[in-house]
Structures are given as structure tokens and as C-alpha cells.
Design a protein around this ligand. Structure first.
Ligand code: FSO
Ligand code: SF4
Length: 558
């Protein structure tokens, strides 16, 4: 069986990638990822059984989340790394099994005799081909007789769990305890394996994942803001300074913190790229005068931008794309990110830092970046800043100067149809304010859309990880305006999705009771027509149409 993947918005023909991923994922990697997910169900099985007798291994729970995160779009393309992860999954599962068996024995119990295959499968050999062949046998389409709506709901849940795992892992990196979320991920993964689970039960799991999404984003928000301070309005430099430089991309703020510390006194300037832009608004990073500004745009422009940057580049999470030869030698991955033959910076040891000396050394041997643009842009409108200006916001709403907020969070992507989001931003009435988070903002954050009485018309809450800020603002507005229902707020939702983190953000919004969300540029390929029908009937989700029609509908309060 060939590979099959339909987890992101760029799935081939909006159906699924079957030969090679549009993202660049090759067949072996795709199959190894499927195997890793399947074996994670085996770990989850023993973890759940262990919980019934008070036995468990927190490292195994975290491994499941990191395994899921590593399969998110544009995180890791390196099949060798997936072979290692599969081997680790097997040994994690089997050690957990022993632990659970001895705990059961202590209570006079034993394991059931008919364990599921993902709990017992052992490969004849641990080489790539053997493992990939098993991956092909357990992938998304491996059971062709499965009811398509059940498959769709199982995959919606699994894909949402990948996003949930990513946000949870970010919080764990900042030393937060996330046991409850990690065990939920395992239980929900197991729910996708139950033959008797009905569509209604699976919808219940999907909404529960949304609830956990809110919890994970709140945990991450607390971790980020208590470690690095609350983002504050910040004017960001878009130009360059002469001198050796490092460009840091992705979402991991701890990597940035350690890089900044290690570049002190080296003469190397640090620039943010893509989803690292919001880091420039955190007080903790402002004390570093070698943190110069932001370079370039959203993830999919990276081939051109990394080339002209000239310096060393550090990719901390998604979205990495196929590196050009021109910069492959100065690209570094870290954490769960990987690309064949690209240098990888190892994880920090307990209590220590990652060692970025190779990245710094490379930067020192490189030319200065070529300037792409100049000027500045304002960022730093996470919940604390917006709520600190609550009086001005309420005053503007009451006077009629501010009619509506439009949440345009989510991801950017390559498809030409995404110009829709630029057109919407440009065409919205001047008394509308855009609330954004995630890399979707690069479609309109440099347009200079003005302000309403000093409140910028694009309020950027930060990374996709910070979408929680938008929910906090909405819930606070509901409270101060004395409204019963979140849907009575003067807020429209026009969400751009690309990968699985945007899916958990969507599920979080559904859990919060938000209705009438526009979603685009296309609806997910993993939603069957009947599942779309359920989402339309219960949540009034609608596909985007064209900018003039959607802007007219939004301005009319829809
Ligand atoms: Fe973008 Fe990529 Fe943050 Fe995503 S860089 S697309 S939702 O991984 O992560 O917004
Ligand atoms: Fe295709 Fe997206 Fe899967 Fe990549 S992640 S293989 S582009 S569906």
C-alpha cells in the first residue's frame, strides 16, 4: 500500500498525498509516522491499564505526546530519526508493559489474554524497510471496510490530538506539569481504536479534545508569561544591521532564551523569523541588544529568505521546508525538528542548556544578511495588553467607533487562494479590528491598516500557541458587556488553517461554544460529507467564499 496522508490543508487535490507529500514528506517517512502513531496506541494501552492499578511512567506519557508532535506537518522529515523514534516507542511500550504486569501481579491480577496488536507487535527486524512495511499496514486507509464517517471522526480526533500534543509539549519544555492532559491524549488515542465507539461518542471525544486544548493553551500561556513576562506593545525593526547573524524560527521560546544568552559578547546578531516574531514583545528578551528584529515573513517564504539571510539559521519547531543547497550547510534543527543531512542540536540535559556553539561558530563565518525590507511593525497585543486598554476598547465600542472584531487567526500557506485573507483585511470597514495569532497574520500585518482612536486595527496576540489570548479577550468582553452567550459579542471568526495545531485551536473554539466560524481556504480533506454536516448543524461552521461576499456578511454582523 502506498502512503496516505491528509492531515494538512495542502493535501494533494484536497484529498490526500499518496506518492509524496506536497510538504516534501517521502513515502518511508510517512509510513514510519503511521507506525509511530500506532505504537503510541500500544503505549497508551498499557498506560491506561496501569492507571487502574496505580502504576505508570510519566516519561512514557510524555513520549506519546512528543511522538504525536513529531508527526505534525513540517516538523520532521528525517526517516532515520523516525526509525529511532519507532525503536524508542517499542522499548517504551515493552518496559511499561513489564511495569504494569508486576503492579497487576502485586494485586493478584494479570493482563488480558487477547491484547490488541499495537500492544504486542514485535518486528522481525528493526530496519527501515521492515518498519515502513508495517507502517503501511496500519495507516489511515489500512481498513478499507471502515465506515467513512467513523474514519473521519477518528482522524479528526487524532489530528486534533497532534496539535494538543504540540502545545502541551511546549508547556512541558518550560517545566510545567501536564499529567492530566498527557493522560487524556492517551485515552483519546485509545478511543480511536474502539470498534464499538459510535459517531456520537467520537464527537464527544473531539469536543473533549477542544476542552483540553483550552487547558493546554492556558498552561502554556501561564508558562510563557511567568517565565518571560507579559508581551507588551513593541515596535519591531524589519531591516538588518551589518554583522554576523543567526535567524531563529519556529515556536520554542526557551531555545531563543538560551541562544540569546550564549550569543552575548560574540558579536552575533539574532533575528526572529516566522512564528518567532512575537518573542520580540516579551520583556525578558528586550534586554538583549543583539536581538535586532524580524527578518522575512511566514514559513513558506523560507527558501528565498534563508538564502538571502546569509547567516546561520536555527529551526526550533515547524514549519521547516526542503532546504536549498545554498543554505543547507548553515541550517540547524533542534528539538523534534529534523531534515536528512541537516545538523541537529541535541536536547539539553537536565538542569542545563542546549549547546548552540556550533550555530554561533557558523554565524561568525558567514556574511551579513541582505536587507529585504525596512521600517517597523507593531506587535505585542496579547490578553494582558488588550485588557489593560479595556476602557478605551469599551469606549470605542459604545461610541460606535469600533463596530466589530474579526478573529483572523491561524496559519499561512502556499496556496494562491490565501490572498483571500489579505483581501478581507484590506476590505474590512475601517471600524473593524482584526484580532490575530499564528502565522496567518503575515498576509496582512505589514499593510498599515491604521488605528481606531489609538487602538491598532490589527491586534497581534502572538504565535498560534497564543490563540488562547483571543479566547481570554472574548470571554472578558462578554463579561463586561453583560452578555449571556459568547455568540452575542460583536466578533466574527475567519480562520485560516494549515496544520494540526490550527485544528486544536478550532476544536477549542467549538468547545467554548463559538458558532459561525468561517474556515478556509478549503475545508479539511479528513472531514467526510456527513461529518461536515454535523459541524454545520451544530456549530454553523461555514467555508470561506470570496472576500467581497464574506466582508459584506461580516460587516452585516454575520
Ligand atoms: Fe504557522 Fe507552521 Fe504556528 Fe503552524 S509556522 S503553520 S498552526 O506550524 O504553527 O502558525
Ligand atoms: Fe500531504 Fe500535508 Fe500530509 Fe504533507 S502533511 S503529506 S502535504 S497531507
Amino acid at each position: 500500500m502506498s502512503m496516505f496522508c491528509y492531515q494538512c490543508q495542502e493535501a494533494s487535490k484536497n484529498t490526500g498525498c499518496t506518492v509524496v507529500g506536497v510538504c516534501g514528506k517521502n513515502e518511508s517517512t510517512a509510513k514510519l509516522q503511521d507506525l509511530l502513531i500506532w505504537l503510541s496506541k500500544g503505549i497508551s494501552w498499557f498506560a491506561a491499564r496501569g492507571r487502574t492499578v496505580g502504576a505508570g511512567d510519566p516519561q512514557a506519557d510524555l513520549f506519546v505526546a512528543e511522538a504525536l508532535f513529531s508527526t505534525v506537518t513540517n516538523v520532521n522529515f528525517d526517516s532515520t530519526r523516525f526509525v529511532e523514534l519507532v525503536r524508542e516507542a517499542l522499548s517504551t511500550r515493552d518496559s511499561l508493559r513489564s511495569l504494569v504486569e508486576s503492579a497487576l501481579k502485586g494485586k493478584g491480577e494479570s493482563l488480558d489474554s487477547d491484547l490488541p496488536a499495537f500492544a504486542t507487535w514485535a518486528p522481525a527486524s528493526l530496519d527501515l524497510d521492515t518498519l515502513a512495511a508495517q507502517g503501511a499496514a496500519v495507516g489511515v486507509m489500512s481498513d478499507s471496510s471502515l465506515n467513512p464517517d467513523i474514519r473521519s471522526l477518528r482522524d479528526l480526533l487524532t489530528i486534533g490530538l497532534k496539535g494538543l500534543a504540540a502545545y502541551t509539549d511546549h508547556a512541558v519544555v518550560l517545566d510545567r506539569q501536564a499529567d492530566e492532559i498527557l493522560t487524556f491524549i492517551e485515552d483519546a488515542l485509545l478511543a480511536t481504536t474502539k470498534d464499538d465507539a459510535t459517531a456520537d461518542e467520537l464527537v464527544g471525544w473531539v469536543l473533549k479534545a477542544g476542552e483540553k486544548g483550552v487547558q493546554a493553551m492556558a498552561l502554556l500561556d501561564e508558562a510563557n508569561t511567568s517565565t518571560y513576562g507579559h508581551p507588551e506593545p513593541t515596535s519591531v525593526n524589519l531591516g538588518v544591521k551589518p554583522g554576523p547573524a543567526i535567524l531563529i524560527s519556529g515556536h520554542d521560546l526557551r531555545d531563543l532564551a538560551e541562544l540569546l544568552e550564549q550569543t552575548q559578547g560574540t558579536g552575533v546578531n539574532v533575528y526572529t523569523h516566522g512564528e518567532m516574531l512575537p518573542a520580540l514583545a516579551y520583556p525578558a528578551f528586550k534586554k538583549y541588544d543583539n536581538l535586532v528584529g524580524n527578518y522575512g515573513g511566514s514559513w513558506w517564504h523560507q527558501q528565498k529568505e534563508f538564502e538571502s539571510f546569509n547567516g546561520a539559521i536555527l529551526m526550533t519547531t515547524n514549519c521547516v521546508v526542503k532546504p536549498r543547497e545554498s543554505y543547507k550547510g548553515r541550517l540547524f534543527t533542534t528539538g523534534l525538528v529534523g531534515w536528512d543531512d541537516v545538523a541537529h542540536i541535541l536536547d539539553r540535559k537536565e538542569g542545563g542548556q542546549k549547546d548552540f556553539s556550533k550555530v554561533i561558530e557558523k554565524a561568525l563565518a558567514c556574511e551579513s544578511p541582505v536587507e529585504l525590507e525596512s521600517g517597523t511593525m507593531t506587535i505585542g497585543f496579547a490578553h494582558q495588553t488588550v485588557l489593560s486598554q479595556a476602557d478605551a476598547v469599551l469606549g470605542a465600542i459604545k461610541s460606535g467607533a469600533l463596530k466589530r472584531f474579526v478573529v483572523m487567526a491561524g496559519c499561512d500557506g502556499r496556496q494562491g487562494s490565501r490572498s483571500y485573507f489579505t483581501e478581507v483585511a484590506e476590505a474590512l470597514p475601517k471600524d473593524h479590528i482584526i484580532l490575530t495569532a499564528g502565522c496567518a497574520k503575515y498576509r496582512y500585518n505589514k499593510l498599515n491598516l491604521g488605528d481606531i482612536g489609538g487602538i491598532p486595527r490589527v491586534l497581534d496576540a502572538g504565535q498560534c500557541n497564543d490563540s488562547y489570548s483571543l479566547a481570554v479577550v472574548a470571554l472578558k468582553l462578554k463579561e463586561v458587556l453583560g452578555l449571556e452567550d459568547i455568540n452575542e459579542l460583536p466578533i466574527s471568526y475567519d480562520i485560516a488553517w494549515y496544520e494540526q495545531k490550527a485544528v486544536i485551536v478550532l476544536l477549542a473554539l467549538l468547545f467554548l461554544g463559538v458558532k459561525h466560524i468561517r474556515l478556509g481556504p478549503t475545508l479539511p480533506a479528513f472531514l467526510s460529507p456527513n461529518v461536515v454536516k454535523v459541524l454545520v448543524e451544530n456549530f454553523d461552521i461555514l467555508p470561506i467564499t470570496d472576500a467581497p461576499s464574506d466582508v459584506a456578511a461580516i460587516a452585516a454582523g454575520q
